[in-house]
Design a binder for this molecule. Sequence first.
Ligand code: BG6
Length: 479
Amino acid sequence: MNIFIFGGTGDLAARKLLPALYRHHKANRLPDNLKIIGIGSRPLSKEEYSDFINANLKEHLNNKEVSEILIDSFIKTVDYLQIDFNNPEGFESLTSPRLESKRRLYYLAVSPSFYTTINENLNKHKLINKDSAIVVEKPIGEDLESSIKINRSLASYFDENQIFRIDHYLGKEAVQNLLALRFGNILFEKIWSNIAIDHVQITVAETLGLENRGSYYDQTGAIKDMLQNHLLQILCLVSMEPPTSINSESIRDEKLKVLRSLRPLTEEAIREHCVIGQYKDGAINGNAKCSYIDESGVSDNSKTETFISLKVLIDNWRWSGVPFFLRTGKRMSEKRSEIVVQFKEVPHNIFDSAQKQKNNQLIIQLQPEESIKLKIMIKEPSASGFKLRELPLDLFFNEYYEDDHLDAYERLLLDAIERKSSLFMRRDEVEESWHFIDQLIESIQTSSLKLEKYNAGSWGPSSSDLLIAGHESQWNNDE
Ligand code: BG6
């Protein structure tokens, strides 16, 4: 089998793909006779590409993962080809007999603007057959129309089961664990609805800024970079109906139904239920951070949002009346991805009425630590009265599993090699989420929603707190 990485000298290949493939090589998980061919526009010799891989593996792997012998044997499986993606003749080199293999996996770690050209050129040289597969990165397009074009182009050369659309959040162990939590336990499913749930919060907060991706990010913003894919995918897994099996079509069918049930955010709804922000200077853990507009690659008067929070409603029986509060932002107080399920008050309070509150919370933390916390009420030992107190039942995954889980790209690469699609997005899911996002962006524009500034190192604009306060709740910003 051959894996062709278009964008073989790019950031994604250097930071994620090559380290992930090296780890598989180290653990002996790759198919025999696998060849990896990095493809890029830079004129590099095989030796120069080997040096590039060597340097990047050492930079991006933990010390204990590095083994000179294994890096050498890994590099022996890798080759480099210089190809100008726009020049069909360059693809001739991919037909070389030394690359002959029935099974080919093309990984497009390049801007989506190259997807169609690359596919056309592969096809011209008869490099696509029933044993080929293609992996494409998010964002699939920048709106519904462009995503339809990309999907159409992919579909003219590959069958749907040969196309692997990546959302790396789906490869995270913790995200997959959501399926185990919901459908491997009878405990929650019976109350997983408007019967017992007051609201759900989904937070994906980053302390990172733009990390040399200023010009990409300034054209993209938090809505298209994070909400359209990662947050909506998490929302789907939290709220979908139980699939009939773990197979890819059942899961993706259920996610699609959720996306179709999202209530569109109209111009009026936007004013009340959405907050967008952009970071100004501030400090994170005592380190000064510049404002967004001072980042390199960002235009001086940029109106790109680096933060969004919004209230989303799902119009179906299970979730009628239950708001989902979503928020994501760059340069926030801490790196944290979590789902907070807030349960309702007990129907009749037999205790002191002053203690009446929404008592139970299930907090599923995806990052930085994978944990599940269930807050329950207990009686506080005391001589006087019957006082309730909230305490957590904690489950920290790293107490049970140390280093033995795959990182998101390891998982997804392995699944693409083995042709398992359940952790990849299907065409209709991608298009349905763009449908929701296009409508959201249009409403933001027509309502002239204000872009609010927030300090780097904070939890976003204060209006975001008001958004959830309107539901008599607050974001879980606890340490
Ligand atoms: C990517 C976004 O999809 O996800 C980045 O393009 C973001 O802007 C990243 O930083 C966050 O991923 P993770 O795995 O670090 O939470």
